[in-house]
Ligand binder design. Structure first.
Ligand code: GDP
Ligand code: FE
Ligand code: FE
Length: 186
């Protein structure tokens, strides 16, 4: 699947606002891939596809967790985390993406995980810092991303966990494990 085909597929599945977010994540992922010596083509394709499942219904995504044999824990942490794990499955099944680097970058783009591969970190961060975002503390993450992918991932994980705790929302174990990993391996 080339970029034009991937853009066409997400243009159909996303709302305009989300499509524009995807375009900005793609630019950001390209920038980070160049800066940190990752495969720019893979970074762009993973970014284009990262939110492919964003508008699937929670009911459908929950069924897919079972059907695809994904971790059943995914069902207990709120619907927001489903689109990344299920999205990786859909881009394989529906779009024929077989590259494991791209699949895992999409799979972990919301939660992160311990010891992420370079492309996973790039998509995780690009999604967080793209220019359309305005979370508290985001400028520090943007600045840090110029110096260290690991440090920037740690900051973003810290912010996300703080946000979830404040809202009394459950934190998926991969997110905690990622935070622990990057705070213990500095
Ligand atoms: P988006 O798809 O571009 O909007 O960005 P993300 O894929 O990062 O999804 C963001 C949403 O997932 C936010 O609402 C976060 O609060 C939520 N989220 C991120 N990590 C976790 C987690 O560990 N647990 C839960 N319950 N939600 C999370
Ligand atoms: Fe997402
Ligand atoms: Fe996104």
């Amino acid at each position: 699947m080339n970029e034009a085909e991937a853009f066409a597929a997400v243009r159909k599945s996303l709302k305009q606002r989300r499509f524009e977010h995807t375009e900005r994540v793609t630019e950001e992922a390209e920038r980070l891939a160049e800066m940190y010596g990752a495969d720019v083509g893979k970074a762009r394709l993973a970014a284009i596809l990262h939110d492919y499942a964003k508008y699937r219904s929670p009911a459908e995504m929950r069924q897919t967790v079972t059907k695809a044999g994904l971790n059943r824990n995914l069902l207990y942490f709120g619907d927001e985390i489903l689109h990344s794990f299920v999205g990786a499955y859909y881009i394989m099944e529906e779009l024929g993406i077989e590259d494991e680097d791209i699949l895992s970058a999409v799979r972990y783009h919301t939660t992160g995980r311990a010891d992420m591969k370079k492309l996973e970190k790039i998509i995780f961060l690009a999604d967080y810092i793209e220019p359309g975002r305005s979370f508290p503390g985001i400028e520090e993450v943007r600045e840090t991303a110029k110096a260290s992918l690991d440090e920037a991932c740690l900051l973003s994980l810290k912010n996300t966990i703080g946000f979830l705790v404040k809202k009394k929302k459950p934190v998926y174990p991969d997110t905690f494990e990622a935070y622990n990993y990057y705070t213990m391996n500095k």
